[in-house]
Design a protein around this ligand. Structure first.
Ligand code: DGY
Length: 324
């Protein structure tokens, strides 16, 4: 066996050809820790693993501590909130992720929720499916215009900017955005998007789209106070991470009629528990975390994550390392 072969644990399904690419260079264990029957094999494989590739599993400091030879974690996601960043940094383990390749697809999902909530698409489609479309609909079932409304974007990174482009250039929507960093307005949005303080975005937007990453500073950011600052009858859309939202406060704002609707692709606990009121609330359009879930984009993410893994294990700079 070649000296350069290393041990890799693949903890989320990869396309066969990418798995073969990894197998050609390294010894691979495939084990999905989300499956109780595979968890023991996953944990056992960590002991001599040098590379991990996967997503959608919270890797704790305990998991990482049981992998003393670990060199790289290659996440098939842009979000890195499943990893203990301080611990990875302290150990000098490289964390890679997949920014860029999912930007447009995730922005499509967020904008789909903007339209679905405003025009009540899911609710009205269900009415047709259930055989309730027996006469022309009355105004109690009308939706609200999207074009021309003010969109608030919280988090003006790649995805936030892509949502803003759709809104401003496609739907004639003035955009107000807030970002903790001093992000400049992209030239194509000049005169159409402007920076504003967090509270002002909430107070002036008809529709607020959340595209911030989850970090200690953003956890629970959308609380009762934040929702109360939103316009009466405004719509809230979340395409980033559920834990940025205090879900009980969101439910209160919907129940009281202060908010008109919410479109949610992400939740504090996923999959969404059966007893969550967000699952069945008439004003909520829930999606099962499909932000990047298209054939093309998931393929591109898996390819990028594989490149990141193989380059790092070969001692080369990965395409996209997260700056720990
Ligand atoms: C991401 O890439 O972070 C998406 O949310 C999928 O997990």
């Amino acid at each position: 066996m070649s000296e350069s072969r290393k041990k890799v644990v693949v903890f989320r399904k990869l396309p066969d050809d990418l798995l073969e690419r990894i197998r050609a260079q390294h010894d691979v264990t495939v084990a999905d820790p989300r499956r109780p029957d595979e968890l023991p094999r996953f944990r056992a494989a960590l002991h001599d693993a040098q590379g991990l590739i996967g997503s959608s599993f919270k890797l704790t400091a305990d998991d990482l501590a049981s992998a003393p030879a670990l060199e790289v974690v290659s996440s098939i996601s842009v979000g890195i909130d499943n990893y203990d960043l301080a611990y990875l940094k302290q150990r000098g383990i490289v964390l890679c992720h997949t920014p860029g390749v999912l930007t447009e697809t995730t922005a499509d999902t967020v904008f789909a929720l903007v339209i679905a909530t405003s025009r009540r698409l899911v609710e009205l489609s269900a009415l047709v499916r259930e055989g309730q479309w027996t006469r022309n609909i009355g105004e109690e079932l009308f939706g609200w215009d999207v074009h021309g409304k003010t969109l608030g974007v919280l988090g003006f990174g790649r995805i936030g900017q892509a949502v803003a482009r759709r809104a401003a250039l496609g739907f004639g929507m003035p955009v107000l955005f807030h970002d903790p960093f001093d992000v400049p307005v992209p030239s194509e949005l000049a005169g159409r998007a402007s920076r504003a303080p967090f509270e002002e975005v909430l107070a002036r937007a008809d529709i607020v789209a959340l595209t911030l990453p989850l970090a200690e500073e953003t956890r629970g950011l959308m609380d009762a106070d934040a929702f109360s600052r939103m316009k009466q009858g405004a719509i809230f859309v979340n395409g980033s991470r559920g834990a940025i939202v205090q879900e009980a406060a969101l439910l209160d704002a919907l129940d009281s009629g202060h908010l008109r609707a919410a479109g949610l692709d992400v939740f504090a606990v996923e999959p969404l528990p059966q007893d969550s009121r967000l699952r069945t609330h008439p004003k909520v359009t829930p999606l099962p975390h499909i932000g990047s879930a298209t054939h093309e984009t998931r393929r591109a993410m898996a390819e990028l994550a594989t490149d990141n893994l193989l380059k790092t294990l070969a001692g080369q700079p990965p395409v996209a390392a997260f700056d720990l």
